[in-house]
Design a protein around this ligand. Structure first.
Ligand code: MN
Length: 259
């Protein structure tokens, strides 16, 4: 049922992505309260985006967020509702060599989430889901709101796929650009090139998942770095700290210690 679309899009003989075990759905569907899983997977494919996933009824409700989450309540981030993913997908990190979603997946954040409502299904139907996150990078209160306009309730075509992910103002909001400040994996600690180097860095020598644009340039650099890492050659260290976090940190909230 819920994972039909997910399965239709993939060939499990050629993708390392989990196929989705019905037994896991049944087992996880019993999960409730504060033990619900959430994750954000940074996914470089035809375009860079962040897949935001909330566990619900044994599967992962999923939204593709092109610019990633923002801790600034004034910055509403477009989130395209996509097909449910298997629970086992939530900790996946690796290289999808070809086919749907071909590219590199990084586990950018994970933790638990709790709905701020008793009825998640009703909130989803209404297009207004408030919730609390407890991840490594993302915390506090958030909301996903379905946008009006094209097909919010008409159900035609792409109807209702377009949502906004917004941070509520609280101790965990602030002006810090979290995607810049904390760009690496919470699973391996690495960047895209490290994930590729751990796999088969020559997988895209002939045809990359994206050739032009920003994604094409990113792939080019990542493939080069991964090949050097694999060959054991010294690679110019990426210095995540060199990038300055926003200078003005008037808000003590943004400097709160994260685990
Ligand atoms: Mn994706």
């Amino acid at each position: 049922m819920a994972l039909e679309k997910y399965k239709q899009k993939r060939n499990f003989t050629s993708t390392p992505e989990p196929a989705g075990d019905p037994a896991v759905v049944a087992e996880r569907a019993k999960t409730s309260g504060s033990r619900l899983f959430f994750c954000v997977q940074k996914h470089l494919a035809s375009h860079l985006h962040y897949d935001f996933r909330l566990e619900h009824k044994g599967v992962l409700l999923s939204w593709a967020v092109p610019k990633g989450p923002s801790l600034d309540p004034k910055t509403k981030r477009l989130a395209m509702h996509v097909e449910d993913h298997p629970f086992e997908y939530g900790t996946f990190e690796g290289v999808i060599p070809e086919g749907y979603g071909a590219g590199i997946v990084m586990l950018w954040d994970q933790g638990t989430w709790a709905p701020e409502t008793d009825d998640v299904d009703a909130a989803l139907k209404k297009g207004d889901l408030k919730f609390t996150l407890d991840g490594y990078k993302l915390k506090g209160s958030w909301v996903l709101v379905r946008t009006g306009g094209w097909g919010s309730s008409s159900g035609r075509g792409e109807g209702g796929r377009s949502w906004l992910l917004i941070k509520h103002r609280d101790d965990w909001s602030g002006e810090l650009d979290i995607t810049e400040f904390a760009p690496l994996s919470v699973k391996s600690g690495g960047d895209f090139e490290n994930i590729l180097a751990a796999d088969k860095p020559d997988v895209w020598l002939s045809h990359r998942p994206a050739k032009g644009g920003d994604a094409g340039k990113m792939f080019e650099a990542i493939i080069r770095k991964a090949a050097a890492l694999k060959a054991g050659a010294p690679v110019a260290k990426k210095a995540p700290r060199a990038k300055k976090a926003p200078a003005a940190k008037k808000k003590s909230t943004t400097t709160k210690k994260r685990p």
